[in-house]
Write a protein that binds this ligand. Structure first.
Ligand SMILES: Nc1ncnc2c1ncn2[C@@H]1O[C@H](COP(=O)(O)OP(=O)(O)O)[C@@H](O)[C@H]1O
Ligand SMILES: [Mg+2]
Length: 243
């Protein structure tokens, strides 16, 4: 072993996972692993099963078969609140902030599994340092924020559970290019804090630029995987996703 090589620790392992929606097989025996500290991206066309993969991990949908092992725990049949408690946060597609609640209250909601009020307050303060735009708008209703600000709020809310593994679903969707770059630079900063990230993106180009490794999902099956730098120059990936 190369002396510079970091010791590996598998934080998430998906084994032979199948997910069905009333008859439709959305995931077909997929396998995926994530090492602690990695940014792994899952890319694929609309309808490929990216969101379903994240929903299966955080148990918003129940797998039909297969196993999901997180940090040595078999979480395949654990409910969502338990996955949050042991360190998995899901930042959903379409942000899903509570429009009629303030920025502050949305952040508070992200800490629903925690009880130490002083720590929660300190963490909200910390989110405001990470996301100065949210600090300026702390008493504003979330529904009045721009798309980019809502995405920042959704990420900050997810961070309020102090996750070890962050699931990010299409953070760039529908945002102006400048805001997309801002969001991606935030994701890079998060990586530097040690949080492991599973990033789902249709913007394969940007995702592969910040990821360590990637998986390509096509119609519910993983068809390609590798280090991000290899995928970005792979002819099949170029042709299908980097056009
Ligand atoms: N709630 C649902 N009920 C039935 N089918 C669904 C549901 N959610 C997703 N699907 C189907 O499952 C497949 C995968 O969807 P999804 O995981 O959302 O893909 P992606 O996130 O890659 O666009 C698609 O064929 C989609 O139509
Ligand atoms: Mg999706």
């Amino acid at each position: 072993m190369n002396i510079d090589e970091k010791p590996k620790f598998t934080i998430l392992e998906i084994q032979d996972l199948n997910v069905n929606y009333s008859g439709i097989q959305a995931l077909k025996t997929i396998n995926l692993t994530i090492q602690k500290g990695e940014v792994v991206t899952l890319i694929g066309a609309n309808g490929a099963g990216k969101t379903t993969t994240l929903r299966a991990i955080s148990k918003i949908v129940n797998p039909k078969s297969g196993e999901i092992i997180y940090n040595g725990h078999n979480i395949t049949r654990r409910p969502t609140h338990e996955t949050v408690k042991i360190g998995i946060a899901h930042c959903p597609e379409g942000r899903r902030v509570l429009a009629k609640q303030t920025v502050f209250d949305n952040l508070l909601l992200g800490a629903y599994i925690r009880s130490n009020k002083a720590e929660i307050k300190a963490d909200i303060q910390h989110q405001f340092e990470l996301f100065p735009r949210l600090a300026q708008r702390r008493n504003q209703l979330a529904g009045t924020l721009s798309g980019g600000e809502q995405q920042m709020l959704a990420i900050a809310r997810a961070l309020m559970s102090r996750p070890k593994l962050l699931l990010l679903d299409e953070p760039s969707l529908g945002l102006a290019p400048a805001i997309v770059l801002e969001i991606f630079s935030i994701i890079e900063n998060l990586r530097a804090t040690g949080v492991t990230i599973l990033l789902v993106e249709q913007n394969a180009n940007l995702a592969l630029q910040i990821a360590d490794r990637g998986y390509v999902l096509e119609a519910g099956s993983i068809t390609l995987t590798g280090v991000a730098s290899a995928l970005i120059s792979d002819e099949r990936v170029k042709k299908a996703y980097l056009g």
